[in-house]
Ligand binder design. Structure first.
Ligand code: S3P
Length: 181
């Protein structure tokens, strides 16, 4: 799908940052958006993995969450300060005050919001989310969303992702960005 994004491409001078829980499609939609806007795409988790030569799981297992959060902070801040791009962040990134401050100051932020059922259905088969290695991953997800939703709500734009319809979500995102800039 090609939407008319000429105006956004002419006007936009900031990065666009996607925030929200794991499994809401930040990476997938980020790539689609980057393609529509002719911008580069980065997934902060993938950058952390590439730099460290380790998967997110391995970083958590070998060095612990704290170390991952430090790498995440460094990476997201660098991406925000580089040439404007589309940045998909890990679900916990905006809980870091430095990251949140920089997102608010330097970017257009988009919260991809979804309910726990949808998120759980999407990620229950995947094994690459260390925070969900608990007895009851669904409950863990729900607790995380409770802790995080007020922070996510600070985004400039909120998009509800409750059906598997990436094209519709992409269109909503593009319309919301057009209205904002
Ligand atoms: C995390 C989400 C993950 C990854 C890490 C921690 C979180 O990213 O950064 O496992 O705290 O919610 P995704 O949101 O891309 O799955």
């Amino acid at each position: 799908m090609k939407l008319d994004t000429t105006n956004i491409q002419k006007t936009l001078q900031q990065p666009i940052v996607l925030i929200g829980m794991m499994g809401t499609g930040k990476t997938h939609l980020g790539k689609l958006l980057a393609n529509e806007l002719n911008m580069e795409f980065f997934d902060s988790d993938q950058v952390v993995e590439k730099r460290g030569g380790l998967t997110i799981n391995e970083i958590f297992e070998l060095y612990g969450e704290e170390r991952f959060r430090q790498a995440e902070e460094k990476t997201v801040l660098e991406l925000l300060n580089a040439k404007p791009s589309i940045i998909a962040t890990g679900g916990g990134a905006p809980m870091n005050a430095q990251i949140l401050g920089a997102i608010k100051k330097q970017s257009i932020s988009i919260w991809l919001n979804s309910n726990i059922e949808t998120i759980y259905e999407r990620i229950k088969q995947t094994k690459n989310r260390p925070l969900l290695k608990t007895d009851n991953p669904k409950e863990t997800l729900s607790a995380l969303l409770d802790q995080r939703k007020d922070t996510y709500a600070k985004a400039n734009i909120k998009i509800d992702i409750n059906a598997n319809n990436a094209d519709k979500a992409l269109q909503e995102i593009i319309e919301a960005i057009s209205e904002l800039i």
